[in-house]
Design a protein around this ligand. Structure first.
Ligand SMILES: Cc1cc2nc3c(=O)[nH]c(=O)nc-3n(C[C@H](O)[C@H](O)[C@H](O)COP(=O)(O)OP(=O)(O)OC[C@H]3O[C@@H](n4cnc5c(N)ncnc54)[C@H](O)[C@@H]3O)c2cc1C
Ligand SMILES: *[C@@H]1O[C@H](CO)[C@@H](O)[C@H](O)[C@H]1NC(C)=O
Ligand SMILES: *[C@@H]1O[C@H](CO)[C@@H](O)[C@H](O)[C@H]1NC(C)=O
Ligand SMILES: *[C@@H]1O[C@H](CO)[C@@H](O)[C@H](O)[C@H]1NC(C)=O
Ligand SMILES: *[C@@H]1O[C@H](CO)[C@@H](O)[C@H](O)[C@H]1NC(C)=O
Ligand SMILES: *[C@@H]1O[C@H](CO)[C@@H](O)[C@H](O)[C@H]1NC(C)=O
Length: 429
């Protein structure tokens, strides 16, 4: 997947400093900023309507975020374009948001109304530099395309995802994908991990689905796996899909080796299943196994971090189940996803941090129930929350051991606190 070297352009640092904010209302500030950016960068880099504008506002993973209508969209082609946009956003005190893959589940996180949207849709290249051994990716690239571009070299790189931390099946061995980055990233230079080509089936695994009656066994087995597994070659994720009164569980399990060791996965292999698809796979195969790119539903993610006995997991699950049953009529689906973060992942890298957005827009009853659920299924003491899976209302940074250092860093790079006030996050800094 990825290594530690990432470049951030803290664009407004180099921009014209205003002495005092112009104090325009958000719609006027955004209109003024858009007019000035259009003057600086021209069309089609700056657009306020049309097919490309519509495609960007509609091709967002979380349907809630497709309701936003940015005052204009800036499609930078270079880091200098980003700086020009930010200089004007800062100058007029406009609200803004940055969009890369548009895949974040967080409400209000990757589009905006009465503000400027900076879209990296046209900065999508992936290049391998054999001199430095690094892969340079532009921020708009989708991982599928980045992987396809370098897969023949046997590498994987794992963009927005990096900013939140980044979990992959390689994380137990190599750690978090992304370091702490503040500002707008215009280029990522990554140390690739040699995972093999598409043809090299050096992993074994796939998925097993289980009937409703197995959910408790899956939760208990997951609790044990999380507590006890120390083998960094093992990859695991469990999805408990709750459709009230009918629960199915799917477990994805992988091992970087010729088979699934019973000492690690024995529990999952002995629970009665409804279907199983296990075979030798390449890392390319396993990265594409879980479908994740489909758009079309309004989504709300919320996270808790658990470690401990089986009862901790069952209690969280029971709260989740109660939430789902109560709001069944309002929900298309409701999933509890268990993503292990082993100790080795913490050891392999230091944790990263990024921005987090506005409160959500779920129907009012569901919203209250969701907040209750987050409170009830709260984290085990001392564990940090994983930002890419959190709701915008969750005060994630406060749960990081390096919270004080983050606050200090943020204060250094944004002394006027422009970002806290003009983009959806970060809260708590
Ligand atoms: C179904 C699903 C599965 C997921 N699975 C995983 C997983 O396995 N592992 C994992 O780690 N995460 C996972 N996530 C979380 C997802 O990776 C993160 O939400 C990630 O931020 C999305 O990246 P993006 O480029 O699409 O970001 P966007 O949605 O475009 O933006 C998200 C945030 O990043 C900011 N941002 C984006 N690019 C830049 C930039 N260049 N500079 C500054 N800020 C920027 C945006 O302003 C916004 O705040 C999953 C999410 C979903 C919905
Ligand atoms: C973005 O790239 C596409 C495909 O190359 C091109 O058609 C489009 O005009 C570009 N848009 C902008 C704003 O540069
Ligand atoms: C863009 O979408 C709007 C509705 O949101 C529609 O009225 C308009 O015709 C669309 N424009 C194009 C060029 O498709
Ligand atoms: C799944 O169930 C079938 C039928 O009971 C069994 O033969 C098979 O071994 C099970 N597979 C796994 C991976 O548990
Ligand atoms: C993680 O690091 C700690 C402290 O150095 C060490 O005691 C522990 O064994 C390590 N664990 C793993 C799984 O690497
Ligand atoms: C179940 O959820 C509903 C709706 O949020 C809530 O009112 C109720 O208190 C919950 N029940 C339990 C036992 O937590």
């Amino acid at each position: 997947m990825v290594g530690p070297q990432t470049e951030a352009a803290v664009a407004y640092e180099n921009s014209t400093r205003r002495d005092s904010p112009p104090d325009l209302d958000p719609a006027s500030a955004a209109s003024s900023a858009c007019a000035a950016i259009l003057l600086a960068l021209g069309s089609p880099v700056v657009q306020s309507s049309g097919p490309e504008y519509n495609a960007t506002t509609q091709d967002i993973w979380n349907l809630f975020n497709t309701l936003d209508q940015p005052t204009c969209i800036v499609y930078p082609r270079t880091g200098a374009d980003v700086q020009a946009a930010m200089a004007n956003i800062f100058q007029f005190g406009s609200h803004y948001v940055v969009q890369a893959g548009a895949h974040s589940a967080m409400v209000g996180y990757n589009s905006i109304t009465d503000g400027v949207l900076i879209s990296f849709a046209n900065m999508t290249s992936t290049t391998y530099n054999p001199q430095t051994g690094t892969v340079t990716v532009q921020p708009g690239v989708r991982w599928g395309d980045a992987m396809a571009a370098i897969e023949h070299l046997g590498f994987d790189v794992g963009t927005g995802l990096l900013l939140g931390g980044g979990i992959s099946y390689l994380a137990p061995l190599y750690g978090w994908a992304g370091p702490t980055v503040l500002g707008i990233v215009t280029r990522y230079e990554l140390f690739p991990v040699r995972t093999g080509t598409k043809e090299q089936k050096n992993w074994f695994g796939g998925s097993i689905t289980y009937p409703a009656s197995s959910s408790v066994a899956i939760l208990e087995a997951s609790a044990r796996y999380i507590r006890e597994n120390t083998d960094t070659k093992a990859g695991f994720i469990a999805l408990l899909n709750t459709i009230p009164s009918d629960v199915t569980a799917t477990v994805y399990l992988f091992y970087n080796g010729p088979s699934l060791p019973h000492s690690i996965f024995g529990d999952f292999l002995s629970i009665p299943n409804t279907s199983a698809s296990l075979s030798p796979l390449s890392y390319f195969d396993i990265s594409n196994l879980i479908p994740g790119n489909a758009r079309g539903n309004g989504q709300q993610f919320g996270a808790a971090s658990w470690v401990g006995d089986e009862a901790t997991f069952l209690s969280g699950y029971n709260h989740f189940f109660n939430f789902t049953e109560t709001f069944a009529a309002d929900l298309v689906g409701s999933d509890l996803i268990i993503s292990p973060i082993p100790q080795s992942q913490w050891n392999a890298t230091k944790t990263g941090a990024n921005a987090i957005g506005d409160p959500g827009v779920a129907p009012p009853g569901v919203q209250a129930g969701f907040e209750l659920l987050l409170e009830q299924a709260s984290s085990s003491p001392g564990l940090p929350l994983y930002i890419n899976e959190c709701d915008a209302s969750q005060n994630v940074f406060k749960t990081y051991p390096s919270f004080a250092a983050l606050q200090k860093t943020y204060a250094k790079y944004d002394p006027s606190r422009f970002n806290v006030e003009h983009t959806t996050g970060p809260i708590g800094l």
